[in-house]
Design a binder for this molecule. Structure first.
Ligand SMILES: Cc1cc2nc3c(=O)[nH]c(=O)nc-3n(C[C@H](O)[C@H](O)[C@H](O)COP(=O)(O)O)c2cc1C
Length: 435
């Protein structure tokens, strides 16, 4: 249904359910929100509990349902103010004419309407009612008032109604409500975060017309920039020479050499929360750059190369470093090299992929350990996985954990990696807080 799975990771959605027939649809909404990684807490009005049992929502959300304003137990565990503060978004679906009227007039005589008043997060309502109730001037006035107060109204839709009438008043489908939340910057997993991404190859000049470079197309880094933007981040993309269009909302810094990439990254990194080093930076560059074109003379010639600076390691060593993600492109012993790089460079995460000919026994031709994806098409024999390809597969490692992301197109793969980064950052934050 949704391609970018996990875009609501770690986000807190408070779902208010009021008393209409459409309350049964909210069960599907909880499922979809959780599938996207959101934590969902449910508040039901007394009327809503006549339509669907709270047990359904308790089971689907994994948390007890809240319904009482004046309940000493729940006040102790999570009072209405802390519940309102907990939420990144309040969604009332279905929103009855009665609940909408109470919200628009500032009445607070039950838990849901009190939460509406106490909430400081974005508020969504998905009205659901009989078409005559919807068209009644007072309901329309209430809706206009709520809109003018910043409430986001989703739907209602037109069609056949449970009461056998036809018209506007059907609650929008859960998929649509979920989609709206997924595109709200305040509920996306990277909202408020700044991400620095390096992409593409570097060119190390030999003389005015020649250079040493590699096969990197930049597609993975550019896909990551697009996915991070979709997830609500501000993105700076430091790119070597590629023939790709950068996402319009990314702040693009174009560089050519490893030294320029190093300078650009180090000057920007302190402003960012996450660094993803997806560029294929040259490990060595010519010691001397000839001022004039090198002439063809001897049968053999020798180039002297010097090591370039290790951008990833330098970023990871910073005192106030961002969450640092490296890439490892290997032709052999992938896992061993990746784990070694993770530890040696002190990274938070490393995404490893094969480059060159396909490995003899691919863990990537099917959903690997922990993979949520079904079997994916194997690489064609002789296909270059990784570099210069639209498809890729990744084996992602972090301290004491790993996940295989099966062969798929780079945009989809990038979205999965962004979700995984959000998940790991939350775990690290949680571990730090409980240490
Ligand atoms: C069978 C039945 C279905 C109802 N469906 C709706 C509905 O879809 N939308 C609505 O606004 N009210 C509907 N109502 C009326 C509400 O349940 C009623 O206004 C109630 O007071 C709403 O309380 P609440 O807003 O606190 O949940 C329905 C009532 C009944 C008996």
């Amino acid at each position: 249904m949704f391609k970018f799975r996990g875009i609501l990771i770690n986000k807190h959605i408070l779902l208010g359910i009021s008393g209409g027939i459409a309350a049964y649809k909210s069960a599907e909404l909880v499922r979809l929100l959780r599938k996207q990684g959101a934590e969902v807490r449910v508040v039901m009005t007394h009327s809503a509990m006549q339509f669907v049992s709270p047990l359904t929502f308790q089971a689907l959300s994994g948390h007890p349902v809240h319904s009482e304003l004046l309940d000493t137990d729940t006040e102790h565990a999570m009072g209405h103010i802390s519940l309102a503060r907990w939420a990144n978004a309040l969604v009332i679906a279905p929103a009855t004419a009665n609940t909408l009227a109470k919200c628009s007039h500032g009445l607070a005589d039950d838990l849901l309407s009190t939460l509406y008043l106490a909430a400081t997060c974005p508020i969504y309502v998905a009205p659901a009612m009989n078409q005559a109730m919807w068209h009644k001037p007072v309901t329309q006035e209430n809706i206009q008032k709520l809109k003018s107060h910043g409430v986001i109204v989703i739907g209602p839709e037109q069609g056949a109604q449970a009461c056998s009438e036809t018209g506007f008043g059907r609650m929008s489908e859960p998929v649509e409500i979920c989609r709206r939340l997924m595109t709200d910057p305040s509920t996306q997993c990277f909202s408020g975060l700044k991400v620095l991404i390096s992409a593409g190859p570097t060119r190390e000049p030999l003389d005015p017309v020649r250079y040493i470079s590699n096969r990197s197309s930049g597609k993975m880094g550019y896909a990551l920039a697009g996915a991070a933007l979709k997830a609500g981040a501000k993105v700076t993309l430091v790119s070597g020479p590629v023939s790709l269009l950068a996402p319009v909302d990314a702040d693009l810094v174009s560089v050519e050499t490893a030294a320029q990439m190093h300078a650009a990254i180090m000057s920007k990194v302190s402003e960012h929360d996450i660094y993803i080093g997806a560029a294929a930076v040259a490990d060595y560059s010519p010691l001397l750059i000839e001022k004039e074109k090198i002439k063809k003379q001897d049968e053999q010639t020798t180039l002297t190369l010097q090591k370039t600076r290790d951008i990833l390691a330098e970023v990871a060593q910073l005192a106030n470093r961002p969450f640092t993600v490296g890439f490892a492109a290997e032709t052999h012993d992938l896992e061993q090299y990746a784990l070694d790089k993770l530890a040696r460079k002190n990274l938070d995460m490393i995404a490893a992929n094969w480059v060159g000919q396909i490995p003899p026994s691919p863990p990537f031709s099917k959903g690997g350990e922990n993979s949520e994806l079904p079997t994916s098409p194997p690489l064609e024999k002789g296909d270059l996985g990784g570099f210069d390809s639209d498809q890729n597969a990744l084996q992602v490692f972090w301290k004491n954990g790993k996940k295989n992301l099966a062969m798929t197109d780079k945009n989809h793969l990038a979205e999965q990696l962004i979700s995984l980064i959000a998940e790991r950052m939350e775990h690290e934050r949680h571990d730090k807080n409980t240490a």
